[in-house]
Every structure is written in structure tokens, then in C-alpha cells.
Design a protein around this ligand. Structure first.
Ligand code: UDP
Length: 235
């Protein structure tokens, strides 16, 4: 497989085309950002850890019959993925109150929600990723009603599988963000990454943060924490 031209550079990843039209080449960067890019730092070792964690999680999901764009990890910072057309949506699933949910509704962090709550955000840096409802998604022709339903169903299946996976690692899965893409035949496929950058993970006993809130909230060094997550997931 040959790496070819750069297709997209995100905040923490670069995506390249390959000589196979169906496959993209992803490089995980040592970059950390928060506040929609206002806070930005290079953190040595972060790319390696997120690549390994994401790869381990997608492999585990596959064992649970949940497909994703993940093909294989090809180096410590790189993986191959299936080329899909992304929906410009961030799909957030929440099990426990935290972050923007706690802030928006004036709630304490840490309360168990009666059921998993799904939220959609429009992936648009210029607009600062505004929250959207299903009518917004339909009227802006981002996805159809059927596609939204399918995305919600898949997001809930991923939640069930991830809750079990993290529970085995003594981690509470508070909330997380997913992204989905579409194959040429219209199949909707889980994509992007699942890592401590995109999940809130709390130690099951101490409730200590094991995720990017360490960086967002200036709570210390993120690398040992991400290493701990990888070690627990792969033990
Ligand atoms: N999240 C993400 N990317 C984003 C925004 C949120 O991966 O651009 C994840 C975040 O890590 C958390 C969940 O989505 O696990 C919910 O984030 P929230 O809406 O509480 O926003 P935040 O507090 O991160 O601003």
C-alpha cells in the first residue's frame, strides 16, 4: 500500500489517500487542542497512544459485531481505514452528567442519567460546532430521517459495547463523541476515532479523570493517564 496525497488535516490527525481508492491512511499527531482550537499544544507520545487505543477499541467492537471504518494498525502512529464520505456530525452519547450537558442545564457532574442521551452537533469549526436537532439535520439535508435513525441505533449499540469494555477496565464511560460515514452503497459506518480525546472516562473507584479533561482543565500530564487507559484496555 502506497501513501499518497494529503486529503485532510484535522486537529489531531492527518488523512492521506492511498493507491487503493477504498482505503485511506491515517496518521495520529502529537497535537492536543481544546476550546475549538484556542488552546493548542504538542504533547509527545499522544499520537501513538490514541492510535493504539482507537485500534484496540475498534477491534473489540468488531468482536461484538459492530463494524467500523478501521482496517488495521500499520505502525505506532498510523492506521488504514476504509474510505467513507463523512456526515458533518458529531454524535454525542451521554450516560452520566458532565461537560456541556452539566453546564447547559445547570446540573452537577456525575449523576447517572435515566437513559443514554444522544445529542447532535454540526461539525463546523467556523460556527463552533453548534448543537442541532433532528429537524435541523433533515432540513439542512445532512442526513435523512432513516439515516438519523440508523445513526442513533448504531450509537446506542456502540454505547452498550463500550460500557461493558470500559467496565472490565474499571472505568466509567461518562460520555463520548462518535462520527459516522457512508460507503458508496449507502451503508452507514462508524468512523473517526474512539479514544480518551473523544470520551470522558472516570476511574470506577476514585472518579479520577482518565481523559482529555486533564488537558482541557489543566489537571496535569495527560500521557501517563492515556498510558493507563491503554494498559487497562489491553490487560
Ligand atoms: N467531544 C469530542 N469532540 C468535540 C466535542 C466533544 O470528542 O469536539 C467529546 C468530549 O470528549 C466528551 C463528549 O464529546 O466526551 C461530550 O462533550 P461536551 O459536549 O460535554 O463538550 P466539552 O465539555 O468537551 O466542551
Amino acid at each position: 500500500m502506497q501513501k499518497q496525497s494529503l486529503l485532510y488535516e484535522g486537529k489531531a490527525k492527518k488523512i492521506y489517500q492511498t493507491d487503493d481508492k477504498q482505503v485511506y491512511w491515517v496518521e495520529y499527531l502529537d497535537q492536543a487542542t481544546a476550546l475549538n482550537g484556542l488552546k493548542k499544544d504538542s504533547i509527545t507520545g499522544k499520537g501513538t497512544l490514541n492510535n493504539q487505543i482507537t485500534s484496540a477499541i475498534f477491534q473489540e467492537l468488531r468482536k461484538n459485531k459492530i463494524e467500523s471504518h478501521f482496517v488495521e494498525m500499520i505502525s505506532k502512529t498510523e492506521q488504514l481505514i476504509e474510505a467513507v464520505t463523512m456526515f458533518p456530525l458529531e454524535v454525542v452519547v451521554r450516560n452520566i452528567t458532565a461537560g456541556s450537558f452539566a453546564k447547559r442545564f445547570g446540573k452537577e457532574e456525575g449523576a447517572l442519567l435515566a437513559f443514554p442521551v444522544i445529542e447532535f452537533y454540526y461539525k463546523n469549526d467556523v460556527l463552533d460546532d453548534p448543537m442541532m436537532n433532528e429537524d435541523h439535520i433533515k432540513v439542512l439535508e445532512i442526513a435523512t430521517e432513516r439515516q438519523i435513525l440508523e445513526i442513533k441505533q448504531q450509537a446506542l449499540q456502540v454505547n452498550t459495547a463500550l460500557l461493558a469494555l470500559f467496565a472490565k477496565a474499571d472505568i466509567r464511560l461518562v460520555d463520548f463523541k462518535l462520527e459516522f460515514g457512508q460507503r458508496a452503497d449507502g451503508t452507514i459506518l462508524l468512523a473517526d476515532e474512539i479514544s480518551p480525546d473523544t470520551c470522558r472516562l472516570w476511574d470506577a473507584t476514585t472518579n479520577e479523570h482518565l481523559d482529555k479533561d486533564i488537558y482541557r482543565r489543566d489537571l496535569g500530564d495527560l500521557i501517563p493517564v492515556y498510558k493507563e487507559v491503554l494498559a487497562r484496555l489491553t490487560k
